[in-house]
Write a new protein. Structure first.
Length: 430
C-alpha cells in the first residue's frame, strides 16, 4: 500500500438518521402531490338537484333528479348500506350506451315487498351520497288500489308542431309521492291515477271532482310547461300541450261553483268549454262540454269526413256534457251547438278542433259520467290501440358491471415510489 493512502481524505457520508428524515419528507411530499388529483369514482361533493322518489310500487320504485349540465347518470343500490352491488340505468339508456341528460329517471325493479333498499346516485362518474352515506327507501308492503280511475294522459309537441320525445312529465297531488312518465316518440304520455300513495303512511289516496292535479313538463332543451287540471279534464287533457306554455284546465266545476251568486251567473251562461277553438286533441275521444240555461235542450252537429249528431240538456248546475261512444278519426272537425237563451232566442256556437294523428292511441274515455252518447251518421272504421300501465308492471333488471366505487391506485403508487426512494437512499449512504 502506498504511503499516501494513509493520508487520503475519506469521502463524507450523510448521517443515517438524517437520511431517513430526508427520505420520509420526499415520500410525504410525493403522496401529497399524487393525492391532490383523486380518482373521480370516489364519493365527492357532487351536487344534484330535486332528487325525488317517484312511482312507488310493492316491487319497485323510481328516482328523478336534475343536473345543471347534461351528464350521464345511473344508480347503484342494494339491500345493505355496505353492499351496493346492483346497478340501474336511466330508462332512456341501453346497456352499452349511456346518454347525457339534464333530467334523469331511473327505475329500480324486482324488489321485495316492504324491504328497505339503499342507493347512491352516480352522476358524471361521481358518486352522490348524503355525508358519504347512501340514501334509502322502503318498498310498499302491499298495493290495493283505492279507486278504479282512468289514467291521466295527453300529448306534448314542440313549437314547430313536431312531437316532443323523452320529455319528463311529473304529476303532483297533495301529499302523494309524485308520479312520473316519459313521452314516447309520438309525444304521448300516460300516468295511472290508481298509483297515488301518501308519502308519510304509504296509504293509497283517492280524489274527488273538486281536487286539482299539477303537471310539470320538462324538455331536454330546458323548456318547461306548468299545468293545473281537475280530475274531469285529465283523461285526456283537453288539448295538446305546446312545451314552454302554461295551461289551466280546471273547468267550470272549480272556477264558478264557489258561491250561489256564481252558480246563478253560470246557469245563465251559454258556452262551449271544450273543445277550445283551434285545439289539437290527443287520442280519439275528445271532451265535449259546456254551459246552458238550466233544463234547456242542446243539440249538436260535428262535421268532418263523417257526421255526428247529439242531443242533451243542461243539468241543475247549468252544465252539459257529451261522452264519445266511438273513436274519432284523425283530422279537422267543426262542432256546432244550438240552444236557447232565457228569452227563448236561438243561440248557435261553433268550435273548430283537430284530432291529432298518431301511430299509438291512448287508453281512456272522455268522461265516466252517465251522459248522452254521440250518434254518428256514419260510424268510424277504426278502434283505438290500448296502452298498458307503465309503472305497476315489473321486468327483469338490467345487469351490467357496477362502476368502481372508491378504488384507487394511489396507495400502490406511493408504496412503489417509497421502495424505490428507500433503495436509492441505502445505496447513497453505503
Amino acid at each position: 500500500m502506498a504511503y499516501s493512502d494513509f493520508f487520503r481524505s475519506k469521502e463524507k457520508k450523510i448521517p443515517f438518521p438524517l437520511s431517513i428524515v430526508i427520505i420520509l419528507v420526499i415520500i410525504l411530499s410525493l403522496g401529497r402531490i399524487l393525492s391532490s388529483n383523486p380518482s373521480r369514482s370516489k364519493a365527492s361533493n357532487k351536487v344534484v338537484r330535486n332528487m325525488t322518489v317517484v312511482n312507488p310500487a310493492p316491487s319497485e320504485f323510481a328516482l328523478y333528479w336534475l343536473t345543471d349540465t347534461k351528464e350521464m347518470g345511473w344508480v347503484i343500490y342494494g339491500s345493505s348500506p355496505n353492499n351496493l352491488d346492483k346497478i340501474a340505468l336511466d330508462e332512456r339508456d341501453l346497456q352499452n350506451q349511456k346518454n347525457a341528460y339534464y333530467h334523469h329517471f331511473v327505475r329500480i325493479r324486482d324488489l321485495n315487498l316492504g324491504t328497505t333498499y339503499y342507493y347512491k346516485i352516480v352522476s358524471d362518474n361521481q358518486v352522490v351520497a348524503s355525508e358519504n352515506e347512501p340514501f334509502s327507501f322502503t318498498t310498499l308492503q302491499s298495493f290495493n288500489p283505492g279507486l278504479q280511475a282512468n289514467p291521466a294522459y295527453g300529448k306534448v309537441i314542440q313549437n314547430n308542431g313536431d312531437p316532443l320525445e323523452n320529455a319528463i312529465i311529473i304529476l303532483h297531488f297533495k301529499v302523494a309521492i309524485p308520479l312520473l312518465a316519459i313521452t314516447k316518440t309520438t309525444g304521448e304520455w300516460l300516468i295511472p291515477l290508481n298509483g297515488l300513495v301518501n308519502k308519510e303512511d304509504r296509504a293509497v289516496l283517492s280524489f274527488k271532482d273538486s281536487d286539482v292535479f299539477t303537471l310539470d313538463i320538462f324538455s331536454e332543451e330546458k323548456d318547461i310547461s306548468h299545468i293545473q287540471v281537475s280530475p274531469s279534464n285529465i283523461s285526456p287533457l283537453p288539448q295538446t300541450i305546446i312545451i314552454g306554455k302554461n295551461y289551466t284546465f280546471l273547468g267550470s266545476d272549480n272556477v264558478l261553483a264557489v258561491s250561489s251568486e256564481a252558480n246563478r251567473t253560470k246557469s245563465e251562461t251559454i258556452s262551449v268549454l271544450f273543445p277550445q277553438e283551434g285545439a289539437l286533441i290527443p287520442g280519439n275521444t275528445p271532451i265535449i262540454k259546456g254551459t246552458a240555461i238550466i233544463g234547456n235542450e242542446i243539440t249538436g252537429l260535428i262535421e268532418s269526413q263523417n257526421k255526428y249528431t247529439f242531443k242533451t240538456s243542461a243539468d241543475k248546475n247549468g252544465e252539459w256534457k257529451v261522452a264519445v261512444a266511438k273513436p274519432f278519426l284523425p283530422g279537422d272537425y267543426l262542432l256546432t251547438v244550438t240552444t236557447k237563451n232565457k228569452e227563448g232566442q236561438e243561440i248557435r256556437l261553433s268550435r273548430k278542433f283537430s284530432i291529432a294523428k298518431s301511430g299509438e292511441q291512448v287508453l281512456g274515455e272522455a268522461t265516466a259520467e252517465a251522459t248522452p252518447t254521440l250518434i254518428p251518421t256514419v260510424a268510424p272504421t277504426i278502434a283505438p290501440t290500448l296502452y298498458s300501465t307503465p309503472s305497476i308492471t315489473t321486468s327483469s333488471a338490467t345487469t351490467i358491471t357496477p362502476p368502481t366505487s372508491g378504488f384507487s391506485f394511489l396507495p400502490i403508487a406511493i408504496g412503489s415510489a417509497s421502495l424505490v426512494i428507500v433503495g436509492l437512499g441505502i445505496l447513497f449512504i453505503f
